[in-house]
Design a protein around this ligand. Structure first.
Ligand SMILES: Cc1cc2nc3c(=O)[nH]c(=O)nc-3n(C[C@H](O)[C@H](O)[C@H](O)COP(=O)(O)OP(=O)(O)OC[C@H]3O[C@@H](n4cnc5c(N)ncnc54)[C@H](O)[C@@H]3O)c2cc1C
Length: 1009
């Protein structure tokens, strides 16, 4: 189609920003995210949608088999043994990204938890975790021809639909279980393993010694080979010593030499995969001799040494399997399984001389039957003309080079049909695929493409060439394997050539094999006809990409060796050692700063943690310092509710109970149909650990509450109430003082006063390097935590999307000791209609406190850099003024005091205070790394409800800090990046905040602050 060019359209050369969804956070998805971040961060907004609750794909699922799915026949894969047995059969030092070599692989073949941890480390180090949305199972993807957009649906109930121009399927092929998974104890059990592929080969040696007996059902045996890359005679899976690891870490040339040797070893095997070649014959003789040496009985040799070509099925490097097969408690069984009954497995009987059917009793069956490798997507992917890929690939999957499918525009796949999954090394293949996608997407952005679609001719030619080629390859030999279709023998899984051939083919950018549709005239992006050589700014992406091509590792150059994309690269930083000695600066000595400092130092072994603050804790004007803070678990939000229950348990322990008063909690709910009540009831129904709770109807409240708490004098007639014994209040000042002491004893350093007052952050490029204090001195650190509460916006611009500093009014009434005694047994009370709440008298000062959980007041402060924000002052004590309240706040607090304590409510305020905290759009905390500045971590509360978590919050903050937190927490506490055109955030919270909306204080009022 030709579209008219207007020649000099405004911004025609400014390449457009597009959206990309990646399905799956496994090895391929993480790689794609890394490449997009490296090359196209400014042009592509991308997100990984991951169905699981953690990253790793295959390496996550094979470790934690996930939700049990019921099976028809009750066969199980066992969790414990999977973690023992499941490993990668490619040596660890080549099963890693070229840009992130790991010096700490514990053994030659790493197991799945270690590989998953590696992937997590890569994400942490390269700051990729933030792009992943967990528990987001894609259930449908549909192409819109009109808009040139994919609509990607997540969840069964249309939880969300993501739109994107480019859809990358990195969903993997080896994580679609064929069988369910639940934990079972195998000790002293009669176990059957069905299968003789890679899983069975790994599982048998891991369980043989603990089982009473193991029957191994072998339909097609596998070729077992010596480990590739190890000198003959070495143990099959040797461990790396500390010295080995140090050498990998400190000597990049050595690390490269080892990696290259292994990679080249894999790539040199390819010529042996041609039928009838001397290389195939050599390999066969070598493996035959190896297996004969390991299998003692000649009968067993005859049954276990395959008659088909080496490589026809996947080769497995596992001598321990053959050794285990010959143990006295193991019976290899070669007959076909004809039935599975309650008591055991019925075979056609080839183990029996007469060939009679035989019942083999068994307690547990392990289905090591592998994965569903049919390539059919597990959810509808609907391309042009309503074609569903599930139907198209029902009988035979045909793709274009495994990277795309004709009729499915802007759709890219990793490891699709006919990619080199067993043609040589795999990681180079994946890296080449991702580099190729980057080049394709760059063209897409830069030239304003609407759609690219593989032509049917190109796809047809590829398929025909592939199947012809396969006739000469061992993969079409006389074996059963998942490489080929059981129906017609077509090879669906492998590439027609070597891994290196695939890499080279992709490097050639065969863009002529696609049809291209543009949003404008295809040459409109030339605009005024200048090259970037003349005007570098005119075509930023063109220039950047010309540079990028020079660095792209998988583009072969003359003289390239067989592992050319591997070059010297810095090892991933060691996780434990480095992090724990390095200086960590925590700015802010409130709930968030102190609890993190304590957890890191006293519990997790950090040795260099310093807390800076304007004042020594308890900081007089910090939001963590007051007479009383409510401790309750009534949340409509599951996470906070759970955390609060966890915290209350801790408040009751000797470590905290001196500062906790379990007075009980009464919520007055004049509007019983409020959304909050509905949500809260729904949450309680699903809670496994629940707070004891009474809900009283408007008829009951007055009598019931006063029966329980005789000192309550408020009028409760006609309103619903919610009452809970397991709640109360904490003495904030006392608890903070105690925690600060514990921090000192644990070894945390404190710097306070002007030397602890941070004026600005020090950075180098995108890395934080320390802080500059009010004395002008610089304190250096690679990690800076901002636990700066309401002052946070001062130090970091662009947080407007996340937090807004607001002040809240508080007032105190003095009682005599006798009066206080009369009210001693009253609970904490909250009125949900007004947002007002009150506390029982403090047992030492005898003061009552009334406050409002509302939206608060903002002010306007001009900073040195010209920004105008709402903030408490940095220098000086914001709590020093003790007799000012805005008039409306004074009126409301007074009304509240009268309602809660008719007898004392009219008494003059003993003191008032405006106390500052950060409001956030959904009352969530902000605990996360800064999206752009490395080493900068936020730990700050939101919307005035953080104090109650004091005993436990440090643990959770530290989990996020160390990238160990669960997805729910990470997602909730994530820093949201402001984007142009974002509306002003609405600070609505969970509905417990009521009272007047946010108000900006007048100039006169601000002057009084
Ligand atoms: C009026 C009010 C009522 C509340 N009621 C409750 C309640 O009933 N229950 C409950 O659970 N929670 C309640 N909260 C919330 C709870 O108090 C906060 O969530 C919690 O205290 C926040 O702790 P923080 O560490 O984030 O902030 P803060 O305690 O404010 O600590 C921040 C610290 O950072 C320091 N700082 C800031 N900038 C700098 C800098 N540049 N250099 C050096 N130091 C700096 C400050 O001096 C301060 O000490 C209430 C809060 C308020 C204000």
């Amino acid at each position: 189609m030709t579209v008219e060019s207007t020649g000099n359209e405004p911004n025609a050369r400014a390449s457009r920003r597009i959206r990309c969804i990646i399905i799956g956070a496994g090895v391929s998805g993480i790689l794609m995210a890394y490449k997009l971040k490296t090359y196209l961060k400014d042009n592509v907004d991308f997100r990984i949608l991951e169905k699981n609750s953690d990253l790793g794909g295959t390496w996550f699922e094979n470790r934690y088999p996930g939700k049990p799915r019921l099976s028809r026949i009750g066969i199980f894969v066992i969790e414990r043994l999977i973690s023992l047995g499941c490993a990668c059969d490619v040596p660890s030092h080549v099963y890693q990204y070229s840009f992130a070599p790991n010096s700490e692989w514990s053994r030659f073949y790493a197991n799945s938890p270690e590989i998953q941890q590696y992937l997590k480390d890569v994400c942490r180090h390269h700051d990729l975790t933030k792009y992943i949305t967990y528990n987001a199972e894609v259930t449908d993807a549909r192409w819109s021809e009109e808009d040139g957009i994919w609509a990607v649906k997540v969840g069964r109930d249309a939880l969300g639909v993501f739109q994107c121009e480019i859809l990358v399927n990195a969903g993997g092929i080896l994580n679609n279980y064929k069988m369910p998974s639940i934990p079972v104890d195998l000790r002293d059990k009669r176990v059957a393993i069905i299968g003789a592929g890679a899983s069975a080969v790994q599982v048998l040696p891991a369980i043989q010694s603990i089982c009473k007996s193991v029957d191994v059902y072998i339909r097609t045996p596998s070729w077992i080979c010596p480990p590739i890359g190890l000198p003959p005679g070495t143990l099959d899976n040797p461990s790396y010593t500390e010295d080995d690891m140090r050498r990998f870490r400190e000597d990049p040339a050595h690390s490269l030499f080892v990696r290259k040797g292994m990679e080249a070893g894999f790539n040199s095997m390819f010529s042996a995969f041609r039928k009838g070649t001397p290389e195939q014959e050599n390999m066969r003789q070598k493996y035959d001799a190896y297996m004969r040496e390991l299998i003692k009985s000649t009968d067993l040799q005859a049954q276990l040494i395959p008659s088909f070509e080496v490589g026809c099925r996947r080769i497995n490097p596992s001598a321990p399997y053959l050794v285990a097969l010959q143990k006295p408690n193991v019976n290899p069984r070669f007959g076909n399984i004809v039935q599975i009954q309650r008591k055991g497995i019925v075979t056609a009987g080839s183990n029996d001389a007469e060939g009679k059917a035989e019942l083999c009793p068994v307690d547990v069956i392990i289905a090591a039957t592998g994965f569903d490798t049919s390539f059919r997507p597990r959810f509808p992917i609907v391309g042009r003309n309503g074609t569903n890929l599930q139907n198209l690939w029902e009988s035979r999957p045909v793709s274009y080079m495994g990277t795309g499918v004709a009729g499915f525009p802007n759709y890219l796949t990793f490891l699709g049909p006919n990619t080199p999954i067993s043609n040589g090394g795999l990681m180079g293949v994946l890296e080449a695929t991702s580099d190729y996608f980057i080049r394709l997407i760059t063209k897409f952005c830069r030239e304003n493409v609407k759609a690219f679609d593989v032509t049917q001719e190109a796809q047809g030619d590829f398929s025909m060439h592939t199947q012809n080629y396969m006739k000469d390859m061992v993969w079409s030999g006389a074996c059963r394997s998942w490489f080929k279709s059981e129906v017609d023998g077509h090879i669906t899984a492998l590439w027609p050539g070597s891994a290196l051939h695939y890499i080279q083919t992709l490097a050639e950018d065969r863009f002529c094999d696609y049809s291209w549709t543009y949003r404008r005239n295809r040459f409109a992006y030339w605009q005024d006809g200048f090259s970037w050589i003349e005007q570098p700014d005119a075509d930023a992406l063109g220039l950047a990409f010309a540079e990028a091509r020079r660095e792209m590792p998988t583009l072969p150059r003359q003289g390239a060796d067989w592992s050319f994309w591997l070059t010297e690269a810095q090892a991933l930083p060691m996780r434990k050692a480095e992090a724990k000695d390095a200086p960590v600066l925590i700015v802010g000595a409130g709930v968030f700063g102190l609890s993190l400092a304590y957890e890191l130092t006293a519990v997790r072994g950090y040795t260099n943690v310093t807390v800076l603050d304007r004042y020594t804790p308890p900081v007089p004007d910090g939001s963590s310092n007051d007479l009383s803070r409510v401790v309750r678990a009534e949340y409509t939000d599951k996470l906070y509710s759970q955390l609060a229950i966890e915290a209350i348990t801790e408040w009751r322990t000797p470590a905290w109970r001196d500062h906790y008063h379990e007075s009980g909690y009464v919520m007055m709910i004049p509007n019983a149909d409020s959304e909050w009540v509905t949500k809260y009831r729904a949450l309680r129904q699903h809670q496994t650990v629940r707070q004891p709770m009474n809900i009283f109807t408007p008829d009951q409240s007055e009598s019931e509450i006063k029966r329980m708490y005789p000192s309550v004098t408020a009028d409760l007639t006609g309103i619903m109430t919610l009452q809970n014994d397991h709640a109360g209040w904490a003495h904030a000042q006392g608890a903070i003082r105690a925690l600060a002491n514990r921090c000192t004893l644990a070894g945390v350093s404190f710097v306070t006063g002007p030397r602890g007052t941070v004026r600005s952050l020090e950075t180098s490029g995108k890395q934080v390097t320390g802080v500059r204090t009010a004395t002008g001195s610089i304190i250096q650190a690679k990690t800076v935590v901002l636990a700066t509460g309401a002052w946070t916006n001062r130090l970091v611009p662009d947080m407007r999307q996340n937090i807004l500093a607001v002040s809240q009014p508080l007032a105190y009434i003095q009682l005599s000791p006798e009066e206080a005694e009369r009210l001693r047994t009253m609970p904490v009370m909250v009125n949900t209609a007004t947002g007002l709440y009150c506390f029982p008298p403090d047992p030492v000062s005898h003061q009552l406190k009334v406050a409002r959980h509302g939206f608060g007041y903002s002010n306007q402060v001009e900073l040195e850099d010209g920004r105008v924000i709402s903030s408490p002052k940095l220098v000086g004590n914001n709590a020093a003024v003790q007799d000012f309240l805005p008039a409306d706040a004074d009126r409301d607090l007074r009304a509240g005091a009268l309602a809660f304590w008719p007898e004392f409510g009219n008494r003059p305020w003993a003191k008032t205070r405006m106390c500052w905290y950060n409001d956030t759009p959904k009352s969530d905390f902000m605990v996360d790394y800064h999206p752009d500045t490395k080493g900068l971590f936020f730990a700050t509360g939101g919307s005035g409800h953080g104090f109650k978590f004091l005993p436990i919050i440090g643990r959770h903050i530290a989990d996020v800090f160390e990238d160990k937190a669960g997805p729910l927490l990470r997602e909730k506490w994530a820093v949201r990046r402001p984007t142009n055109g974002d509306p002003e955030p609405e600070m609505d919270g969970d509905g417990t905040r009521l009272g007047p909306r946010l108000r900006q204080l007048s100039r006169a009022e601000q002057a009084k602050l």
